[in-house]
Design a protein around this ligand. Sequence first.
Ligand code: FAD
Ligand code: NAP
Length: 323
Amino acid sequence: MTATHSTRMLILGSGPAGLSAAIYGARAGLAPIVVQGIQPGGQLTTTTDVENYPGFRDVIQGPWLMEEMQAQAEHVGAQMMWDTIVEIDLSQRPFRLVGDGGTVYVGDVLVIATGAQAKWLGLDSEKLLQGKGVSACATCDGFFYRGKKVAVIGGGNTAVEEALYLTNHSHDVTLIHRRDSFRAEKILQDRLFANEKIKVLWNKAVERFIDGGGVAGLVGIELRDTVTGELSTIEVDGGFVAIGHHPATELFRGHLELDEDSYIKVETGSTRTSVAGVFACGDVMDKVYRQAVTAAGTGCMAALDAERFLAETDFEAKAHAPA
Ligand code: FAD
Ligand code: NAP
């Protein structure tokens, strides 16, 4: 028989946004259920040092921060579900969602905090060599390249942080960027330029990841100069693509309004989406800030918006109920 779980507040996603919404929702007595998805704890579980989340004088670890956030949410009464939502019906309240094993979740309100996922370059050779030298997560896979040559592709905070992180394992890290300046924060750039294990290749795009054949996997990267068009090759054992993320919104296409970049549209200054009773928070609706603290902040906003929505609809239902 299919299991059904009902709650006043259903939350999709267990990153900083979903867990902050859960903490506020639980403390408001809404007994939230959090469906965690395939990445419990969200993106921060793929990183190491976090030094810009307020409240900690010393550097903390991303996975540790998310464990603490989950423990706090559970401590105040939120319930975690190890499941991923694959089907939604937002046509009427309560909303009905289905997990990948068929479990049904019913919520009076829905908070969407499904975050974002790594972008890939879209090359055939990249797909072919994923798991054989090509990765999108240095903190997950960097360890496998101890003492080997690695490259990172990208020019944002993630790319610079991944390059710095990889110097824990490798003495030869190349950062490949398609332009001649980074968009990463200055403090990270300063650290990067001061690190002798890292060299930067400017104005270079990846043309092809080179397959050594058999068990060799990745052996090099063919590059195209974005100014001159000239081709060149570097030898590497590991290639880390760090070019940003896509919002996880495919599930909501056709059900909620999305913007031109597929982020969930919310009313300015709130987390209200195009469907009454559905709220969105964190990276799934924010393409500007995309930080743990802003995700947590909008998670709090979503819970408060949801709580007010429930109070208003409950009041109206009572007012219109037969005497
Ligand atoms: P996410 O953290 O992306 O979480 C999304 C959640 O949704 C996940 O739990 C996932 O399993 C779940 N989910 C997705 N689809 C479904 C579904 N269908 N059903 C159920 N659940 C689903 N920010 C900082 O402030 N400081 C940093 O130092 C920092 N370092 C970073 C390092 C890296 C490598 C990366 C990638 C990001 C970093 N960021 C940092 C950014 C920060 O991690 C994000 O802004 C933040 O995690 C966004 O939180 P979120 O809750 O919106 O989404
Ligand atoms: P990002 O800021 O969007 O940067 C993506 C980088 O990849 C850009 O330099 C971009 O080049 C490059 N790029 C994009 N598509 C490419 C392609 N097809 N080929 C080659 N290069 C490509 O993404 P991010 O670095 O993952 O950061 C995402 C968010 O998380 C940001 O808001 C960031 O501040 C945050 N974050 C914060 C921290 C921190 O605070 N310590 C750490 C990590 C991430 P162009 O510059 O030419 O566009």
